[in-house]
Design a protein around this ligand. Structure first.
Ligand code: HEM
Length: 493
C-alpha cells in the first residue's frame, strides 16, 4: 500500500524546496507566523501547478488542493479528519468538529436543530447585550492612541457563544473578567497544539512528555476541563431543582419557544435529557462549540475593523448604514441585521481575503480521482486551501487580492462554482454555526461603528497587507492593533 502511495505521489507536482528524507519538515521550524507564511506560499505554488501540490512531511504525505471542483469532491467524499487533529483531541476528546466519522454523525444530527434559524435568531439579543458591553469596554481605549483589540474581541465572542452560563452561579463573564483562567488556558493550548501539528519533533508523545511545555499543556487542559465540568454539574443541578419545584409543569422541550439562550440546555435536551449525553460527552461538545465559535468570529471582527481603518473610503460607505439603526442607543434587533447590506458585503470580503480558517485538512481513506484528473492515494492527507481558492485569479479575476466589498453585490457576484468562496467550508461537514457567526459579527461591528471611527495608517495599495500567524485559526500578528475615535453624533449620515 505504501509503495502504491509513493508511486501515485511521484506522479504529482511537488514543491521546489522538498528535501530527500524529510520532505518539507525544514520549512516548518519557525514560529506560527513563519508557518502561516509557508502555508500561503504552498497555496500560491499550488495555483501555479494547476491546483494540486504534493508535499511530504517526514514520511507523511499531504496534498494541497485549490481548485473549486476538486475541493467540492474532497469535502464531500473525505469526511474523516486528518490524524494531525489527534493533538486537539487531547482537549476536546470526541467533540464533533474533529471526531471520527462514526461518532461525528450522531453528534452532528443532535446539533443541527440547535442551529436552526428560529433558534439562532433568538440569540440576537444576547449578541446585542454583549456588544453593548464590548463598546463600554472599548471606551477605555478610545481617543488614547493604538491598542490591541484582540482581548476585547475574544472576550466578546466567548461571552456570546452562550455555553457557560447557569442560573446558579457559574458564569464566565469574560468581558468583565478578561484574565479568566479559562480564556488564558484556551489561548495557550491552541498555540501549543499548533506547534505540535507543524513541528515534527513535538509529535511523539514520549518526547513531548519530557519537554517543559508538557506541564503547561496539561495544566491548560485541566483548567478547561475543570471549569466546564463545574458548569455542567451546576446545570444538571439547576434542571433537577426546576423539575422538583414545578412537578406539574410539562418539562418537554419546545424548540420553537426556546428562550433560555444557552447551548448547554440545548445539548442536554436534544441529546435526550437525562438519558442523553453523559457529562463527558457534554464537556466534549461544549468545548467544541467554544473552540469552534470563539476565536473564529473574533478574528473575523478584528480583520474587518483593521480593513475599515486602512480604507477610509469604505468607512464613508459604512456611514450609509440605515439611519434607523443609528438613531438612538437602542439595542439592535434581528430586523436591523437584515438591513445592513453594505456591512455584510464588507464582512464577506474580509472573510474572503482573511479567512479565519485558512485550510481544512482531511484524510484520504481510499484513492480518489479528482475532477481535474489527478489521483490522491489512500493514506495521504489533503489540505483544502481556503486561503488559496479565495485569492486565485482564475476565479476572482486579475485583481483577486484587491479589497473590494462590491464584489458581493448581487449583480456582480456570479461564481461559477460554490467552492470558490467557502470561509465556512462546504459539504456535509461544513460549519454548522455560520448563520450564528454572521449575526454575532454584524451585531458587534455595527454596535462598535455607531460609536467609534477606526483609525489606522491608511493603506496606499488596494491590496491590503496584514501580518498573519496560525494558531489553529489564522490571526493577526499585532493582536489587531488599531485606534478608535469617538464619532460625533451629528456628523453621521
Ligand atoms: C467567522 C466565524 C466562523 C468561521 C470562519 C468558521 C469556519 C468553520 C470551518 C472552516 C469549519 C470546518 C469545516 C470542515 O472541516 O469542512 C467549521 C466547523 C464547525 N464550526 Fe465554524 N466557523 C465560524 C464560527 C462558528 C461558530 C460561531 C460556531 C458555533 C457557535 C461554529 C461551530 C462549528 C462546528 C460545530 C463545526 C464542526 C462541524 C462538523 O464537523 O460537523 N463555527 N467552522
Amino acid at each position: 500500500r505504501r509503495r502504491h502511495m509513493v508511486k501515485l505521489a511521484a506522479a504529482l507536482p511537488g514543491p521546489r524546496e522538498e528535501l530527500p528524507g524529510i520532505g518539507l519538515a525544514h520549512k516548518f521550524i519557525g514560529d506560527t507566523e513563519a508557518i502561516m507564511h509557508q502555508l500561503q506560499h504552498f497555496s500560491y505554488e499550488c495555483m501555479e501547478n494547476d491546483g494540486v501540490l504534493r508535499g511530504w512531511l517526514g514520511n507523511t504525505l499531504f496534498f494541497v488542493v485549490v481548485n473549486p471542483g476538486d475541493l467540492e469532491m474532497v469535502l464531500k467524499t473525505c469526511l474523516e479528519k486528518d490524524d494531525l487533529h489527534r493533538f486537539i483531541r487531547t482537549v476536546i476528546g470526541n467533540g464533533g468538529i474533529f471526531a471520527p466519522v462514526s461518532i461525528w454523525r450522531r453528534r452532528r444530527k443532535i446539533l443541527v436543530p440547535a442551529f436552526s434559524p428560529k433558534v439562532v435568531e433568538n440569540f440576537v439579543h444576547v449578541f446585542a447585550e454583549q456588544s453593548d458591553k464590548l463598546v463600554k469596554q472599548l471606551s477605555r481605549c478610545s481617543g488614547k492612541g493604538k491598542f490591541q483589540a484582540w482581548p476585547f474581541l475574544s472576550t466578546y465572542t466567548l461571552d456570546s457563544v452562550c455555553v457557560f452560563e447557569t442560573a446558579i452561579g457559574v458564569k464566565i463573564n469574560a468581558q468583565e473578567n478578561p484574565d479568566s483562567p479559562f480564556l488564558r488556558a484556551m489561548c495557550d493550548i491552541l498555540n501549543m497544539i499548533c506547534k505540535r501539528i507543524f513541528h515534527l519533533w513535538l509529535q511523539p508523545d514520549w518526547l513531548f512528555k519530557i519537554l517543559p511545555m508538557y506541564k503547561k499543556h496539561q495544566e491548560c487542559i485541566h483548567t478547561m476541563h475543570n471549569f466546564t465540568d463545574r458548569v455542567i454539574e451546576s446545570k444538571r443541578e439547576e434542571l433537577k431543582r426546576e423539575k422538583e419545584s414545578k412537578p406539574e409543569v410539562d418539562h418537554e422541550f419546545d424548540l420553537g419557544a426556546y428562550k433560555k439562550q444557552t447551548f448547554l440546555d440545548l445539548l442536554i435536551h436534544l441529546s435526550g435529557g437525562e438519558r442523553g449525553y453523559s457529562n463527558v460527552e457534554l464537556r466534549e461538545e461544549v468545548l467544541t462549540l467554544t473552540i469552534a465559535g470563539t476565536d473564529t468570529s473574533a478574528v473575523a471582527i478584528g480583520f474587518t475593523l483593521q480593513l475599515l481603518g486602512k480604507y477610509p473610503e469604505i468607512w464613508e460607505n459604512i456611514q450609509s448604514i440605515p439611519r434607523v439603526i443609528f438613531e438612538d442607543d437602542r439595542m439592535l434587533v434581528k430586523e436591523d441585521l437584515m438591513k445592513l447590506k453594505y456591512l455584510e458585503r464588507v464582512v464577506k470580503e474580509s472573510l474572503r481575503l482573511f479567512p479565519p480558517v485558512p485550510l481544512i485538512i482531511r484524510k484520504v481513506l481510499e484513492d480518489i480521482t479528482l475532477p481535474s484528473g489527478r489521483i490522491l492515494p489512500a493514506g495521504s492527507g489533503v489540505a483544502c486551501s481556503i486561503w488559496g481558492v479565495h485569492r486565485d485569479p482564475r476565479y476572482w479575476g486579475p485583481d483577486a487580492e484587491r479589497f473590494d466589498p462590491d464584489r458581493f453585490l448581487p449583480e456582480r457576484f456570479n461564481l461559477e462554482h460554490a467552492c470558490s468562496y467557502m470561509p465556512f467550508s462546504n459539504g456535509p461537514r461544513n460549519c454548522i454555526g455560520y448563520q450564528y457567526a454572521l449575526m454575532s459579527i454584524k451585531t458587534a461591528l455595527s454596535t462598535i461603528l455607531r460609536k467609534y471611527r477606526v483609525i489606522m495608517d491608511t493603506e496606499e495599495s488596494p491590496y491590503p497587507y496584514i501580518r498573519v500567524k496560525i494558531d489553529i485559526m489564522m490571526k493577526a500578528v499585532d493582536g489587531y492593533e488599531l485606534r478608535l475615535e469617538r464619532r460625533e453624533r451629528d456628523h453621521h449620515i
